[in-house]
Design a protein around this ligand. Structure first.
Ligand code: NAP
Length: 284
C-alpha cells in the first residue's frame, strides 16, 4: 500500500509553531514583517504573492507588498531591495519571479542580506548552506525535508535520488539530504538510463517539472517518493512529476499534488520570517 505524505497536515503543524513564535515576538514588541517585491504582470506570480499575503496575515505577520510594475528596471528594483535590506522593521524579503526582460536577477538577489533571505535564493545563502553554515534554504527544498521528517523517514545512510538540479529545488534538496547523511545522487536531463538510477532510491525527490513523468518503472518497491512538480498539464491542470496511479502499490509513500510540498513551502516561508525576526537562522 502507498501511504500519503500529507502536506496539508504538516503545513497546519508548522503554522502552529509559527503562531507560537509570532505571539512570543509580539510580546517582546517585534511585529514580524515580510516584504514581497514584484515586478511583473504575470497572473500566477500575482496570485502567489496574494496567497503569501493572505497566509502571513492570518499568522499575524505583516506583509509589505512592493509592486514596481512590469516596466520596472534594474535600478528601480535595486533601490527597492536596498531600502528593504536597510529597513530594521523588515525581517524577510522575497523577490518574486518572473522579472522584466533584461533584469539581472542574480545581482538583485545578492542585495538581499542572508539574514533576511527567507527563501534562500541568494548566492551567499546557497554557499552557506553548502558550507554547513547557518542559512535559510529555499523554502521548497526545506519543505521536502519537513515532509520527510514529519513522516519519520530514515535518512542516515539511505540512498536518495534527486531528479532536477535547479538552484531553487534540486541542488538545495540534495545538500539538505547530504547534511542528514543520506547518500545522494542528482539526476538531470542528460542522465543516462534514468529509471535504473531512480530505482536505486530509498527516497526519490522528483523535481523536473514534467507532468506525470515518473511511473512505476522508476520506483523501487517501498521507496518514499516526494513529488515537487507543479506544472500545468495539457488541460491546464497543475500536475506533479509523478504518475500517482502508476506508482500506486509500488511506492511506500507519495506526496500528492496538490496538497503535498506546496502547502508546506508556504508555511515554511512564514516560519523562516519569524525566525529571521527572532534572529534565529536554521543550523545556528
Ligand atoms: P527547472 O529550473 O526547470 O529545472 C528542472 C530540472 O529538471 C533541470 O535540472 C532539468 O535538467 C531537469 N529535467 C528536465 N527534464 C528532465 C528529464 N526528462 N529527465 C531528467 N531531468 C530532467 O525547474 P524547477 O524550478 O526546479 O522546478 C521543478 C518543478 O518543481 C516544477 O514543476 C516547478 O513548478 C515545481 N516547483 C514547485 C514548488 C512548490 O512549492 N511546490 C516550488 C518550486 C518549483 P537540466 O538541468 O539538464 O536542464
Amino acid at each position: 500500500m502507498t501511504t500519503l505524505l500529507d502536506g496539508k497536515k504538516v503545513a497546519a503543524e508548522v503554522r502552529i509553531r509559527v503562531a507560537a513564535d509570532v505571539a512570543a515576538l509580539r510580546e517582546r514588541g517585534t511585529v514580524p514583517a515580510l516584504a514581497v517585491v514584484l515586478a511583473t504582470g504575470d497572473e500566477a506570480a500575482a496570485w502567489y504573492a496574494g496567497s503569501i499575503e493572505n497566509a502571513a496575515g492570518k499568522a499575524g505577520i505583516l506583509v509589505r507588498l512592493v509592486d514596481l510594475g512590469a516596466d520596472a528596471d534594474q535600478a528601480a528594483l535595486g533601490r527597492a531591495l536596498a531600502g528593504l535590506a536597510a529597513d530594521r522593521a523588515v525581517h524577510g524579503i522575497i523577490l518574486q519571479t518572473p522579472l522584466p526582460a533584461g533584469v539581472d536577477r542574480d545581482a538583485l538577489v545578492s542585495a538581499i542580506p542572508f539574514v533576511k533571505d527567507v527563501d534562500g535564493v541568494s548566492p551567499l545563502s546557497a554557499g552557506r548552506l553548502m558550507s554547513g553554515l547557518p542559512a535559510f534554504a529555499p523554502a521548497t527544498a526545506a519543505a521536502v525535508m519537513e515532509l520527510l521528517d514529519a513522516h519519520d523517514v530514515p535518512l542516515r545512510g539511505a540512498r536518495a535520488v534527486v531528479a532536477g538540479r535547479s538552484m531553487v529545488v534540486g541542488k538545495p534538496v540534495a545538500q539538505l539530504l547530504l547534511a542528514r547523511d543520506a547518500t545522494v545522487t542528482i539526476c538531470h536531463s542528460r542522465t543516462r538510463d534514468l529509471p535504473a538510477v531512480t530505482r536505486e532510491a530509498d527516497v526519490l525527490v522528483a523535481a523536473i517539472g514534467r507532468p506525470r513523468f515518473f511511473g512505476g518503472e522508476h520506483v523501487k518497491p517501498g521507496a518514499i517518493v516526494v513529488d515537487v512538480g507543479t506544472t500545468p498539464d495539457e488541460t491546464g491542470k497543475i500536475t506533479g512529476d509523478v504518475d500517482a496511479g502508476s506508482v500506486q502499490g509500488i511506492a511506500g509513500a507519495l506526496s500528492p499534488v496538490p496538497g503535498g510540498v506546496g502547502p508546506v513551502t508556504t508555511a515554511l516561508l512564514l516560519l523562516n520570517t519569524v525566525q529571521a525576526a527572532g534572529r534565529r537562522l536554521p543550523g545556528a
